[in-house]
Design a protein around this ligand. Structure first.
Ligand SMILES: CC(C)(COP(=O)(O)OP(=O)(O)OC[C@H]1O[C@@H](n2cnc3c(N)ncnc32)[C@H](O)[C@@H]1OP(=O)(O)O)[C@@H](O)C(=O)NCCC(=O)NCCS
Length: 173
C-alpha cells in the first residue's frame, strides 16, 4: 500500500496509539505496557512507529531497549512489540510495512539485533529465526522456543546469552 506513511510517534499521537492497541488486542494490557515503557529508559521515541492511512493512525509498532547478558558482557538490543493494526485495516500489508521500516530504522541507528517473544510464526517471514539457533534465553516466563531474533550485525548473537526484559513487561505475563 503506497499510501501508507510510517513515522515516529509524537506526543499528539498517544491517544490514537491507545485506540489502535485497544482495538487489536483483547483488553488493555498492551496499551498499558506501551504507556509504562514510554516513561522508562527503555523507550526510544524514534522507534515507536505509527502507520498513517488517510491521515488516520491505523497501526503501531514499538521497538524498545533490552539487554543481552553474556558472561561479563552486556549488549544493548531491541525488542519488537507490541505491534498492532486496527482490525478494519488488517491483511493489507500495513504490518509488513511497519516491520520492514522498523528493521531498517534500527539498523540505521546502529542497533545490532532485534528479539521478539510470542509470535514466532508471524515474524519468521521477516527473517527472524528461532533463538535456539544462538542459545538465547530470556527472563520472561516463556519457553525458549517462543523467542525469535534477527541479527542486524552479522554474528552478534553468536555465543547466546540471557535477554533481560525491563520490569514493565511483567504485566503481560
Ligand atoms: C499481527 C498484525 C499486526 C498483522 O498486521 P497486518 O497489517 O494484518 O499484517 P500484513 O497485512 O502485513 O500481513 C498479514 C499476514 O500476516 C499473517 N498473520 C497475521 N497475524 C498472524 C499471527 N498472529 N500469526 C501468524 N501469522 C499471522 C497472516 O499470514 C496474514 O496473511 P493474510 O493477510 O494472507 O491472512 C495484526 O493482525 C494485529 O494487530 N493482530 C492483533 C495483535 C497482534 O497479534 N500483534 C502481534 C503480536 S504483538
Amino acid at each position: 500500500m503506497s499510501d501508507i506513511m510510517v513515522r515516529p510517534e509524537t506526543s499528539e499521537d498517544v491517544r490514537a496509539i491507545d485506540v489502535v492497541n485497544l482495538s487489536a488486542f483483547e483488553g488493555d494490557r498492551e496499551a498499558r505496557l506501551i504507556d509504562a515503557l514510554r516513561r522508562s529508559p527503555s523507550f526510544v521515541p524514534e522507534l515507536s512507529l505509527v502507520a498513517e492511512f488517510n491521515g488516520r493512525i491505523v497501526g503501531h509498532l514499538l521497538l524498545s531497549k533490552v539487554e543481552l547478558r553474556r558472561r561479563e558482557q552486556i549488549i544493548h538490543l531491541l525488542e519488537l512489540g507490541p505491534m498492532s493494526v486496527v482490525p478494519s485495516q488488517s491483511h493489507r500489508g500495513i504490518g509488513t510495512i511497519l516491520i520492514e521500516t522498523a528493521i531498517n530504522q534500527a539498523r540505521e541507528r546502529g542497533f545490532k539485533a532485534i528479539v521478539e517473544v510470542g509470535q514466532a510464526n508471524y515474524y519468521t517471514r521477516f527473517n527472524f529465526e528461532p533463538a535456539a539457533k544462538w542459545g538465547l534465553s530470556c527472563n520472561l516466563p516463556v519457553p525458549d522456543d517462543a523467542i525469535t531474533a534477527i541479527e542486524l550485525e552479522a554474528g552478534v548473537l553468536n555465543g547466546g546469552g540471557h535477554i533481560i526484559y525491563p520490569p514493565q513487561f511483567n504485566q503481560l505475563y
